[in-house]
Write a protein that binds this ligand. Structure first.
Ligand SMILES: Cc1cc2nc3c(=O)[nH]c(=O)nc-3n(C[C@H](O)[C@H](O)[C@H](O)COP(=O)(O)O)c2cc1C
Length: 209
């Protein structure tokens, strides 16, 4: 199925930029917000474990509180909406969430046990910290899809990693046994045109063997 040309996709990638200030008078429609969330939901993840949860923040007081513990970045309060992506922590093979995800695949008997064994070998010897890092990596796949998906319909964004994690988790009342905050994504409409894309050349980043 081909629904987008190479030129169109590159144009979407080029127009997507880390938007530093949004026009706070312009709001994203519910339909467009749901589209961005659906793009996140459809993202690929290792073992298909869908490591994410998307917290949608419209409340201006909450946005202000998050800004205060996120290097005072104006993208946060000028945005139309924040999507905070949480990364799941309960990912050991014995965790109920994992058992449910494997059951959802419709596998049974030897197939299910074989897949669970492979997963267990992959994950269970890791430290809690390593598991969280693995989980966060998966959420970044959703993030990338969401910011490019938003760009495709003319919506701007800015991934934000500059925040005090404990404080944001407290503001959002996150269950810290199950989740951690991975990334904050403000969405809205730009005030200023983007700067020229600063990237290394293709030869600097590609090594063909
Ligand atoms: C994971 C991640 C975290 C980021 N955190 C911040 C941030 O806290 N504040 C900010 O202004 N930009 C942040 N950025 C934006 C980058 O600085 C930006 O993507 C990069 O400079 C390239 O510019 P461009 O996205 O406009 O092409 C982040 C980007 C990524 C991918």
């Amino acid at each position: 199925m081909k629904t987008c040309s190479k030129e169109q996709f590159i144009a979407i990638m080029k127009d997507r930029h880390a938007c530093k200030l949004f026009d706070s008078s312009r709001k994203i429609s519910e339909e467009d917000l749901n589209y961005i969330l659906e793009v996140g939901r459809l993202s690929a993840s290792s073992f298909g474990m869908e490591h994410w949860k998307f917290v949608v923040v419209h409340d201006e007081n909450l946005k202000q509180a998050i800004r205060e513990v996120s290097w005072n970045q104006p993208q946060i309060t000028s945005s139309s909406v924040l999507i905070v992506i949480l990364a799941r922590k309960n990912l050991r093979s014995t965790d109920k969430y994992i058992q449910e995800r494997f059951e959802a695949k419709g596998l049974s008997g030897d197939m299910l046990n074989g897949y669970l064994k492979k997963y267990s070998d992959f994950i269970d010897s890791r430290t809690d910290c390593e598991i969280v890092e693995w989980s966060k990596r998966q959420t970044y796949i959703a993030m990338a899809n969401m910011i490019n998906g938003a760009s495709a319909i003319g919506i701007d964004s800015c991934p934000i990693e500059g925040f005090e994690i404990d404080k944001v988790e407290n503001i959002l009342n996150i269950d810290k046994d199950l989740f951690t905050v991975s990334i904050i994504l403000p969405f809205g409409y730009r005030v200023n045109p983007p700067k020229n894309k600063l990237r290394q050349t293709i030869d600097e980043v590609v090594y063909k063997i």
